[in-house]
Design a protein around this ligand. Structure first.
Ligand SMILES: [Zn+2]
Ligand SMILES: [Zn+2]
Length: 465
């Protein structure tokens, strides 16, 4: 059986997931993500895709994060006209995230034209909101576990990856002349025992595994039970300092997780009920998607629903959609919590809050997520005493806190524990979606501890399987 797997992204980096699987001449793309972060990576978004998108039959999408879905509108512009399969919740979240991405692309182009720094005159967006509308018309979503029979002997299934709402492993099974092959793309593998989400499904039998390695060289600093304690400490200390607690947060998942914890800490009276401003239209919309897809909650979250709890709504929650209302938050005196996006401080309303709050020592900035190379968030975490925001230098005087236990990615022990549940080693395991050191450390651990055949593919590398 002729099968070929090619890696067109997420090699040596955590962004741009794009994997081409060719099975007997039919082409499938697993994930269609945008490159983000470093400029040399971002420039890859502007190169034509190495295989004409019109030749690709389907996109199988693991989850809604832009580094997995954000290239889809571009792909459709280049002639893709097949189906895009994913889970229902991924579809709902993509509607929000891709619209936002299209809007940001248009804004970037407008900004480049205004400042005249683009080589292209006029600067064009990578794609527009209209391109996003077009791309969304190709989506065909399914439930977890539902068989998608593509043809005789070729079926696809989505299994819960426990990373964000709707996130999945793509499980592809081919049968030719009664010989069966299974491919599993991990997408992003969730960290178990997180609130709201189910744990990643245990997979047993796989021939080829494509595995992410974001946290391949790290352990989460605090264990799961410590996370809410740490959050309580940061909130209570921020109340003592009398300032504002600003939390840059990814609009999808992390924001809802934080709302969940804050409500719970309030209910247990570990923290007082204080004003919580959710200042991100995208996070507000994502919260509505969460409140619609309660079927995807884990057991504990469902039990809380049965008890009549509004699990994503702390007592003094205020959802701030309006721009004027967002600006008015600059006059709010502490104690209060402002949750805003983007999570890596690359844009969005969070920048206005930091512009006002970062240089005052009574305030606190709490990081609760992965900060990629080249982002402002990473610079602040690495101890930079000054950062540029909207062209101005801002001194970093606020207390900087970081709780890494909130990560949506499994750390290396959690990955290894998941791999230990396999019945047998895959024929080959491909390590992707990590900075070079993370991928290497994880590959070594898998080789040494499990004795599996592991490879770290290079950009555009292809394998005959
Ligand atoms: Zn992700
Ligand atoms: Zn990812």
């Amino acid at each position: 059986m002729h099968t070929r797997l090619s890696f067109f992204g997420a090699t040596g980096t955590v962004t741009g997931s794009r994997f081409l699987l060719e099975i007997m001449g039919r082409k499938f793309l697993v994930d269609c993500g945008l490159f983000q972060g470093l400029k040399k990576n971002r420039l890859k978004n502007w190169e034509p895709f190495p295989v004409p998108p019109s030749e690709i039959e389907r996109i199988l999408l693991t989850h809604a994060h832009i580094d997995h879905s954000g290239y889809i509108p571009c792909f459709c512009k280049q002639g893709f006209s097949g189906k895009i399969n994913c889970t229902h919740a991924t579809h709902a979240l993509c509607e929000i995230m891709l619209h936002d991405s299209g809007y940001l692309q248009e804004e970037d182009a407008r900004w480049a034209n205004k400042k005249n720094f683009s080589k292209h005159k006029p600067a064009l967006p990578l794609y527009t909101v209209e391109d996003v509308e077009n791309a969304l018309s190709f989506f065909q979503s399914v439930h977890y576990g539902e068989d998608i029979l593509i043809s005789d002997g070729l079926r696809v299934k989505f299994k819960d990856a426990g990373h964000i709402l709707g996130s999945s492993f793509v499980d592809i099974k081919t049968t030719v002349n009664s010989k069966t092959r299974r491919f599993l793309f991990s997408g992003d593998l969730g960290s178990p025992m997180r609130p709201i989400l189910r744990d990643p499904v245990q997979v047993h039998e796989v021939d080829y595994l494509i595995l992410e390695s974001t946290y391949g060289n790290r352990l989460h600093s605090s264990d799961h039970k410590q996370r809410d304690k740490e959050l309580a400490r940061v909130i209570n200390e921020s109340i003592q300092r009398g300032g504002i607690l600003v939390i840059p947060s990814f609009a999808v998942e992390r924001s809802q997780e934080l709302l969940f914890y804050i409500r719970e800490l309030e209910e247990k009276m570990i923290i007082p009920s204080l004003p919580v401003y959710l200042d991100s239209p995208m996070a507000i919309n994502a919260t509505s998607v969460f409140e619609k897809w309660t079927s995807e909650y884990d057991f504990q979250a469902k039990l809380l629903l049965l008890e009549g709890k509004n699990i994503l709504r702390p007592g003094h929650l205020r959802c701030v959609k309006d721009v004027e209302e967002s600006k008015a938050l600059h006059d709010v005196k502490g104690p209060a919590i402002i949750l805003s996006a983007s999570g890596m401080l690359q844009g969005g309303r969070i920048l206005h809050h930091l512009e006002h709050r970062l240089s005052k020592s009574e305030n606190t900035v709490l990081f609760v997520g992965y900060q990629a190379e080249g982002t402002r968030g990473r610079a602040i975490l690495e101890g930079k005493t000054e950062v540029k925001i909207h062209g101005q230098s801002i001194k970093v005087k606020a207390k900087i806190e970081n709780i890494s236990g909130f990560s949506g990615h499994a750390d290396y022990n959690e990955i290894l524990a998941w791999l230990m549940g396999f019945n047998r080693p895959p024929l080959k395991t491909f390590i992707v979606h990590g900075e070079p050191n993370s991928s290497q450390v994880l590959a070594d651990k898998i080789k040494n501890l499990l004795d599996w055949d592991v490879v770290i593919p290079a950009f555009k590398e292809s394998f005959e399987l």
